[in-house]
Unconditional design. Structure first.
Length: 334
C-alpha cells in the first residue's frame, strides 16, 4: 500500500489491484479477489474484508515501478517500520522504609518513554492479595504517585509496586519491600492529689496507647516508709488504649518527694517504662490535746506551785511536739 497526493494504491505482486482517493478507503474500489480475500457477510459487506495477507507494508509515498519490482522480484521482507519493544523507564521512591501501623506510605515514580506513556498501576499486597490503583499519565515524561495507609501490625511484610505502561503495550515496574516495625507505647500520667499527707490513699492513673495491642501494665512508686520502689498493682488486656487507675497507701512522711511510673508491653516486646511523675508529701499537723486537768482553785493564795496535767500527743511525721500553755492571772484591783 502506497500513498501520494491523497491517492491510496493497493499493489499485489507488483500489480495495482485498486485505489481510492477518500480518507476512508472504499473497499468496493479494490479487487478483493486479487488480494486473496472475500467480502464480509454483514449488513454492509463492503465495509470490511475477510482474508489473510502474509506480507503487508505501508509507505507514505508513491513507490516507483522499479522499487516495486525490486521488492517483488527479490522477495524482500516488507518492514517499513520497526516494532517498539523498548520498555518505559521508571525510577521510584518511597517515603518511609520502616513504617508503623497507621502510617501513610507514599510511592512515587518518575517515568519516561520514547514513544508515549499511558498509565501507571500502584499495587500493594498488604491484604494478602494484590490491590491496584490505576493512575493516568501521558506524554513521554510524567510522574505518578499513590498513598497507602498501613493497616497491619508490626512484623508483617508489604510489597509496594509501581508498574508503568506505554502506548505500545510495553511495561516496566519497580518494587519496594518493607517490614512494619513495632509501635512505641505512649503514656499520659496523672494523680488525684498534688499535696497528699502520710497515710493518705492516693490514686495514680495512666492512659496507655499501643497500636500493636497492650499486653500488661504495671504501676510502681516509692511512696513507702524508706522510699523503696515497689510495684503496687498490674493488669492485663488486649486493647490498644486503656485508662488504668490504682490506689496506693502513702507511707512516706512530710517533705519526701514521691515518684510514680508505669510499665507496659505488647505480646512480642519487652516492657517500656514511662517517665516519672512526682509530688511532695506535705506536713500533717499533730493531734490536739484532748485531756487537760486544771489546777485546783482553792486555796487561792499567792506564791503557790500550780500543777497542770494533760495527755501527751505524737506527730505522725515523727516531728518533735511542743506544747504551749496560756495563763491569765490578775491581782485584785488591776
Amino acid at each position: 500500500v502506497d500513498t501520494d497526493g491523497g491517492i491510496v494504491g493497493f499493489w499485489k505482486d507488483n500489480v495495482l489491484v485498486g485505489s481510492d482517493t477518500d480518507s476512508i478507503i472504499d473497499l468496493t474500489n479494490i479487487d478483493i479477489a486479487a488480494l486473496g480475500g472475500k467480502w464480509g457477510s454483514g449488513a454492509t459487506p463492503a465495509d470490511f474484508w475477510d482474508g489473510l495477507i502474509d506480507e503487508f507494508g505501508i509507505w507514505d509515498r508513491l513507490l516507483p515501478s522499479q522499487e516495486r519490482a525490486d521488492l517483488f522480484n527479490n522477495n524482500e521482507s516488507c518492514n517499513p517500520f520497526d516494532e517498539d519493544t523498548v520498555k518505559p523507564r521508571i525510577n521510584t521512591s518511597i517515603n518511609n522504609t520502616s513504617p508503623k501501623i497507621n502510617y501513610v506510605i507514599n510511592i512515587s515514580a518518575n517515568v519516561t518513554d520514547e514513544t508515549g506513556l499511558v498509565k501507571c498501576l500502584a499495587i500493594t499486597n498488604e491484604t494478602g492479595t494484590d490491590v491496584s490503583f490505576s493512575l493516568s499519565i501521558s506524554g513521554i515524561d510524567d510522574k505518578c504517585s499513590q498513598n497507602f495507609t498501613v493497616g497491619i501490625v508490626r512484623g508483617n511484610v508489604i510489597n509496594y509496586t509501581m508498574v508503568v505502561n506505554d502506548t505500545n503495550g510495553n511495561s516496566n515496574q519497580s518494587s519496594h519491600i518493607i517490614t512494619v516495625v513495632d509501635t512505641i507505647v505512649t503514656f499520659i500520667l496523672s494523680t488525684n492529689e498534688t499535696s497528699p499527707r502520710i497515710n493518705q490513699e492516693v490514686n495514680i492513673s495512666v492512659l496507655v496507647e499501643d497500636a500493636d495491642t497492650i499486653s500488661m501494665i504495671i504501676a510502681s512508686w516509692n511512696g513507702t516508709v524508706d522510699g523503696t520502689w515497689i510495684n503496687i498493682s498490674n493488669t492485663t488486656t488486649t486493647l490498644t488504649s486503656l485508662n488504668y487507675t490504682v490506689t496506693g497507701n502513702l507511707l512516706a512522711s512530710r517533705d519526701n518527694v514521691v515518684g510514680y511510673l508505669f510499665y507496659s508491653n505488647d505480646t512480642v516486646t519487652a516492657f517500656t517504662v514511662s517517665s516519672i511523675n512526682t509530688f511532695i508529701v506535705v506536713n500533717t499537723p499533730p493531734s490536739q490535746v484532748t485531756s487537760f486537768i486544771t489546777p485546783s482553785t482553792d486555796p487561792d493564795t499567792a506564791n503557790q506551785n500550780i500543777t497542770i496535767n494533760w495527755s501527751g500527743v505524737t506527730d505522725i511525721d515523727g516531728d518533735t511536739v511542743y506544747y504551749q500553755i496560756y495563763m491569765n492571772s490578775s491581782s485584785e484591783g488591776s
